[in-house]
Design a binder for this molecule. Sequence first.
Ligand SMILES: Cc1ncc(C[n+]2csc(CCOP(=O)(O)OP(=O)(O)O)c2C)c(N)n1
Length: 328
Amino acid sequence: MTTGADPELVRAMVRIRRVEEVLADFYRDEQQMRTPTHFSIGQEATSVGVCAAAEPDDIVYSGHRSHAPYLAKGGDLSAMVAELYGREAGCAKGRGGSIHLIDAAAGFGGSAAILGEMIPVAAGAAWAFTLRKSPRVAMTFFGDGATEEGVFAETLNFAAVHRLPVVFVCENNQYSISSPLRQRQAGGHGIAARAAAHGVRAAEVDGNDVFAVRAAAGEAFAHARSGRGPMLLELHTYRWREHVGPGWDHDHGYRTKAEIDSWIERCPIRRAADALRATHPDIDERVREWEVAATEEIHAAVRLAKAAPWPDVAELTRGAYGDAALTS
Ligand SMILES: Cc1ncc(C[n+]2csc(CCOP(=O)(O)OP(=O)(O)O)c2C)c(N)n1
């Protein structure tokens, strides 16, 4: 657990940023990763700030935008990259791809493609913690689009009724693929207000301010862990790249380059470094060192993944639906 305006949070964001930027380049240039990838470039402060407030034993779930929460909770980088390359050494044995990450030892319980799917799964884990009188907390990351699934409302109500130790983390990046939030949610009251209507305590936070996210998440975990029930964090942030894939999409017609640029100005890494400069005058040099270290780390993980064996074709359905070995 990390507290306060800690440079470690900047290091964690820089690592995730470089990992994703390098993966995006490989993805575009080589076409060897045959999995849809949803990058969190520009949104790093949400995962890093929330996971910094978690205990190692707490469990995280996420939707399709999974790399950042996985890495922020301590998920193994090599196993993630091998998964993207479809290798047996991948965290889902190469069967799942980018959207199906898991690292149980690190407390990352899994990610999934069906929008909203992990919201009730996190509540289920929290219910198990309650029944076992365990002090653990479950949390789940999801986008603003996922709050339009019926299961969001059902789960919030259930979690509130049973006072479950679950923290719902909405990364509100304003878009569901290319549909802006203002055209999808007529009420205009915001996601935090909808949580409150279900009896779930909620806070709205600048999701590009990692220290503010860390502080709000600390309060949410304390609230959930003390038996007072669930909490929802609505974190305002912005996705820089296209919805799925490595490219930029300012020419796709649903948002302008000026809008994207205005959010790049609010880069969570640069903002955190600016905030630290008075107390850590060497912060820019450290950021550069962290960038170099993360770049070397991700290149090494890619080399390892490419050299790793493919799954055995005869074993390909193992662990998937209809697997006799699992059902017998
Ligand atoms: C049940 C379901 N409906 C539709 C989709 C297709 N889909 C994948 S991602 C996405 C948009 C998600 O937007 P949001 O939840 O805001 O997350 P973001 O991509 O912005 O992080 C949609 C509609 C899906 N995966 N599952």
